[in-house]
Design a protein around this ligand. Structure first.
Ligand code: P6P
Length: 330
């Protein structure tokens, strides 16, 4: 009797998944796959550095501050360099914009083949590294407009124009989550073969879950609607989960439901999180998983940014939970 094979459990790597997605677009040229493979390669390198940071002396402050006025961690610089190196060699990348760099980096003009802009926060939540808390890389891929000659203007696009978005969570395992506009796929790094393997495709965020995620230390300076929502949540048995690392907080919200928010505060009247490489990519992921994402009254993906490091309020998560918060904000 010949051996019966079960092909339903085929190993699907990130590479194969993206190639299959690309094959759905006859006009695709394969450039896009190269970009995702560059991000995947950088993510494996960053994961390795994060996981042995104390042994290699990579923990601690780099001794400089970035454009955000935040003290750079050594690993912020290592992660930024890894992404710059891996993406810089990709012929289809026109512009790179990083949370760690004052200005975007122009690699090539549209006429020289630069089809895409890649924006990223190389190591979000890095201030938590010393205490072993999950940190992450967030990325967003936009088309380059060859007729726009300023790098700043080229990358300042609303989130609806994203070609792809995702994040890598360096947590209890290394998780790669990506959307190219056809749903959300979740991969886990198998360190023994060095590949991101598909764990879940067409991931959906639960419709409801009585969990909110916000830094309540600033609650007294939130706009009134948020304060009234929190009072309602306290009275209705909600629990609070806040890690202080956006990728970890959003990933938990994506998998288990609930609502994550970073409202305007006295210290950050526009909110703390940056639009282009934090709010916009996370909003794309959340909407593609059936959730919602708002920045103030506007749908996050429809916000038109004017500066690379522009900050916006963030409210995202389960449809039912985001709508509940919005009832109090109206
Ligand atoms: P706070 C980390 O510094 C970060 O940029 C996000 O990862 C996180 O969601 C937020 O800031 C935490 O900010 O003010 O609550 O410490």
């Amino acid at each position: 009797m010949p051996m019966r094979h079960d092909f339903s459990e085929n190993l699907m790597s990130l590479q194969s998944h993206i190639l299959l997605e690309e094959a759905k677009h006859p006009s695709a040229s394969g450039d896009f796959t190269w970009i995702v493979s560059a991000i995947s390669l950088a993510a494996k390198s960053i994961s390795n550095h994060v996981r042995r940071a104390r042994l290699s002396g990579a923990i601690g402050k780099f001794g400089d501050t970035n454009i955000q006025g935040e003290e750079q961690q050594k690993l912020d610089v290592i992660a930024n360099e890894a992404l710059m190196r891996c993406l810089g060699t990709r012929a289809s990348v026109a512009v790179l914009a990083s949370e760690e760099d004052d200005e975007p980096t122009i690699l090539r003009k549209g006429k020289d083949g630069g089809k895409y802009c890649v924006l990223f926060d190389p190591l979000d939540g890095s201030s938590n590294l010393d205490t072993g808390v999950g940190v992450g890389t967030i990325f967003s891929i936009l088309r380059n407009d060859p007729n726009v000659h300023s790098a700043q203007a080229t990358v300042c696009q609303p989130g609806v124009r994203q070609v792809a978005a995702g994040y890598v969570l360096y947590g209890s395992s290394t998780i790669f989550v990506i959307t190219t506009g056809n749903g959300v796929a979740l991969f886990e790094l198998d360190p023994f073969i060095g590949s991101f393997l598909l764990v879940k495709d067409q991931l959906r965020v639960p419709e409801r879950n009585s969990v909110y995620s916000v830094n309540e230390a600033y609650a007294s300076t939130f706009p009134d609607g948020y304060q009234r929502y929190l009072a309602w949540a306290h009275a209705n048995g909600y629990s609070s989960r806040y890690i202080g690392s956006m990728v970890a907080d959003v990933h938990r919200t994506l998998l288990t439901g609930g609502v994550f928010m970073y409202p305007p505060t006295k210290k950050n009247p526009e909110g703390k999180l940056r639009y282009l490489y934090e709010a916009s990519p996370m909003a794309f992921i959340m909407e593609q998983a059936g959730g919602l994402a708002y920045s103030g009254d506007a749908r996050t993906l429809e916000h038109q940014p004017h500066k690379v490091h522009e900050r916006v309020p963030v409210l995202l998560g389960s449809r039912g939970e985001v709508e509940k918060v919005r009832e109090f904000l109206r």
